[in-house]
Design a protein around this ligand. Structure first.
Ligand SMILES: Cc1cc2nc3c(=O)[nH]c(=O)nc-3n(C[C@H](O)[C@H](O)[C@H](O)COP(=O)(O)OP(=O)(O)OC[C@H]3O[C@@H](n4cnc5c(N)ncnc54)[C@H](O)[C@@H]3O)c2cc1C
Ligand code: FES
Length: 282
């Protein structure tokens, strides 16, 4: 379930097979005829085959995207991505249609660890997702379900426009929070986590979180205070995605730095000094 898969050398051209709206986000699927299936938590560097590099040269570099789903079939691996348009790269990627070409490098980075690997007492998992960060948790929830691991899922969104991807979880038991109150608890998803961790069985689950830096930092603090094992899928500005540029360095709790693209993006919460990474989140 957690063997990290390494990317074939170089970038390769995949084909968009499906693209649709999902709430305020966009889901698109690419058929990768040559690559291995990604492990949950891993990501790809993406660039559209056409319209990449406008009049002002942007977008120029590939953009990092978590795999939100994957399935191997006769013609290759179908990889699902969930995207929010926030700038030139994501504007172009959310405009992709079936038949379009997509350059991919990946799967990259470190995947999630099963609960028992994080803590011998952790028989189950609590997933905590915020905004577009729910993408990587969708593929992880499916893998946990397939392995028979009891999983509780908490997802939070700012408002209706900044929400989506729920159907990728293939699960009806999701507890929601929204800042504007349009769905579930009005407030932060971390409010739900704090209540859940007050329960007697708090230490019997490992926490897995992905979302904006402030949300991840609250998760990190809550879990540290209560001695609950946790992994965070973090983001940092990534220019290469495979360890060459050092643009994604984040500070470690015991000094020094890690390159999030090769030593993450999934990190043990106890390893990092903070989840408040400059330049990440939108
Ligand atoms: C490992 C990883 C996985 C990711 N997975 C997804 C995903 O599944 N779906 C998705 O929509 N996005 C994902 N992102 C974020 C995505 O890569 C950035 O939003 C994207 O690079 C923005 O490109 P742009 O040209 O559209 O906007 P830009 O002009 O580059 O930036 C627009 C806005 O996005 C912010 N931003 C820029 N880079 C990042 C970044 N790396 N992380 C967060 N905010 C950023 C900027 O501060 C700015 O506010 C991921 C990032 C990483 C590092
Ligand atoms: S993105 Fe270049 S070293 Fe991590």
């Amino acid at each position: 379930m957690t063997d990290t898969v390494t990317a074939p050398f170089g970038r390769r051209l995949s084909e968009i097979t499906e693209a649709r709206d999902s709430g305020g986000y966009r889901v698109f699927s690419a058929l990768d005829s040559r690559g291995p299936e990604p492990q949950p938590g891993q990501f790809y560097m993406l660039a559209a085959d056409r319209g990449w590099g406008g009049a002002d040269g942007r977008p120029y570099l590939s953009r990092a995207f978590a795999a939100a789903g994957a399935e191997t079939g006769r013609r290759g691996v179908r990889i699902d991505f969930l995207a929010e348009a926030v700038g030139p790269g994501t504007d172009r990627l959310t405009a992709l249609e079936p038949g379009d070409g997509l350059w991919i490098v990946g799967p990259l980075g470190r995947s999630f660890s099963p609960p028992r690997e994080l803590s011998p007492d952790a028989a189950g998992a609590i997933l905590v997702g915020g905004g577009i960060g729910v993408a990587t948790l969708a593929i992880w929830r499916r893998a946990l379900a397939a392995a028979g691991v009891p999983t509780r899922t908490l997802l939070g969104f700012r408002d209706r426009r900044h929400s989506g991807g729920l159907e990728l979880f293939d699960c009806s038991e999701i507890r929601l929070a929204s800042e504007d109150g349009h769905a579930g608890h009005q407030g932060y998803v971390t409010d739900l986590l704090a209540v859940m961790l007050e329960g007697d069985d708090a230490a019997s689950a490992a926490v897995y979180a992905c979302g904006p830096p402030a949300m991840l930092e609250t998760v990190r603090e809550l879990c540290a205070d209560r001695g609950v094992a946790a992994e965070l899928a973090m983001e940092a500005p990534m220019a290469c995605g495979f360890g060459a540029c050092f643009g994604c360095a984040v500070p470690l709790a015991d000094g020094g730095f890690m390159r999030l693209c090769v030593d993450g993006p999934v990190v043990n919460a106890a390893e990092v000094e903070t989840a408040l990474v400059a330049g990440a989140g939108h």
